[in-house]
Write a new protein. Structure first.
Length: 359
């Protein structure tokens, strides 16, 4: 039995911090829902980067979302200090009893000290220094073999304080909202598409080394179109991602519906929720598809599917048998091109699609 569990009845407010990218924030949402299940009376706030806030906005388990703006770094020293001070004062007014820090960001240790919650939880990182370890009351171990899904790693923070997640409630939560649902319904109508009448393909990632070659993506689209499928392609409004879609369009013989660069995160979620299937690489849109309950075909290269794979949704992972993967490198030799991903055959992806469609 745990010797130092947290008495949640004595906890009124909790701050959960996740200062990482969009997908990381989404994979932390089970922490909010499981904690809310175990302590319905508790108000659970979040601290994330401003550009990832929409991953939590509308989440019924989240009371308030506070944000750190990455743009503060470009401000003058005085303006940056003012922004940081204002955020700290807002957090202090919430008078937290429990802080759960879900990354290795040093801000978590400082907040543990500056906010002074009675209970402070974080991972015991292997290279953590004394300042880090003494900042928290509850440290939980990281797996030595590294083969643990990120969702479970996040939930380990709750296990450490005596909260055991049940079989239910561990799913990802993403709420597109009425406005996004309405916008996407109108867009689908203009494209002549019905809910469930298309495959959503998101070929890009912010990391080039996670992307499948444009020529193979174009070949996949042609094969899907030949089998009677409508394909909707999306991408972020980023120059590199839009260029990838442009190259796919130039190479594909068959037409496809292109909404790349036109959707917000919320609209992307609504688009995925209405799709019959999602195809993509290891990226935030793949995790959004999992949250929406849409079956997923995920292509994995240098990142590990046992850490980052589709979560609690029907899926197929397409990956090579290269003995060096997952290496976590930004391409072979740091060259931004991952052979374990670029050599994946189109036929393997098509087989995964058929397997999901016929399940």
């Amino acid at each position: 039995m745990l010797k130092d569990p947290v008495d949640l009845q004595s906890v009124r407010r909790v701050l959960v911090t996740k200062l990482r990218h969009h997908g990381d924030v989404l994979l932390a949402t089970p922490v909010f829902s499981v904690l809310k299940q175990h302590a319905p009376h508790v108000e659970i706030d979040a601290l994330v980067y401003a550009d990832t806030a929409d991953m939590l906005n509308g989440n019924p388990a989240v009371s308030r979302v506070f944000a750190v703006d990455r743009g503060w770094k470009s401000l003058s020293l005085m303006a940056q200090a003012g922004a940081e001070w204002s955020l700290l004062q807002q957090l202090r007014t919430r008078d937290y009893d429990l802080l759960i820090h879900l990354s290795e960001h040093p801000r978590g240790a400082w907040l543990a000290r500056l906010l002074g919650p009675h209970y402070r939880v974080a991972a015991n990182h292997p290279r953590a220094h004394r300042f880090w370890k003494s900042s928290f009351t509850h440290l939980y171990p990281l797996p030595k073999n590294g083969r643990r899904h990120v969702v479970e790693l996040n939930l380990d923070a709750l296990r450490r304080i005596g909260v055991q997640p049940g079989a239910e409630g561990r799913g990802l939560s993403f709420v597109p909202g009425d406005a996004a649902e309405s916008d996407v319904a109108r867009m689908l109508g203009e494209l002549g598409l019905a809910a469930g009448g298309y495959i959503h393909l998101h070929p890009a990632s912010r990391w080039q080394f996670k992307c499948w070659p444009a020529e193979k993506t174009a070949e996949l689209i042609d094969a899907l179109r030949a089998s009677g499928e409508r394909v909707v392609v999306s991408a972020a409004p980023d120059a590199a991602e839009l260029d990838l879609v442009r190259r796919i369009r130039d190479l594909a013989a068959a037409p496809f519906d292109d909404v790349s660069g036109k959707l917000t995160l919320k609209q992307l979620g609504a688009l995925t929720r209405n799709a019959s299937l999602f195809i993509g690489v290891d990226s935030a849109p793949m995790h959004i598809a999992s949250a929406m309950g849409t079956p997923v075909v995920a292509l994995f290269g240098p990142s590990g599917e046992f850490n980052w794979g589709p979560w609690q949704v029907p899926h197929r992972v397409v990956a090579s048998d290269h003995p060096c993967r997952p290496c976590g490198n930004d391409g072979c030799g740091g060259g931004k091109l991952s052979e374990c991903l670029s050599t994946l055959p189109v036929s393997s992806v098509l087989q995964a699609v058929l397997a999901l469609q016929s399940r």
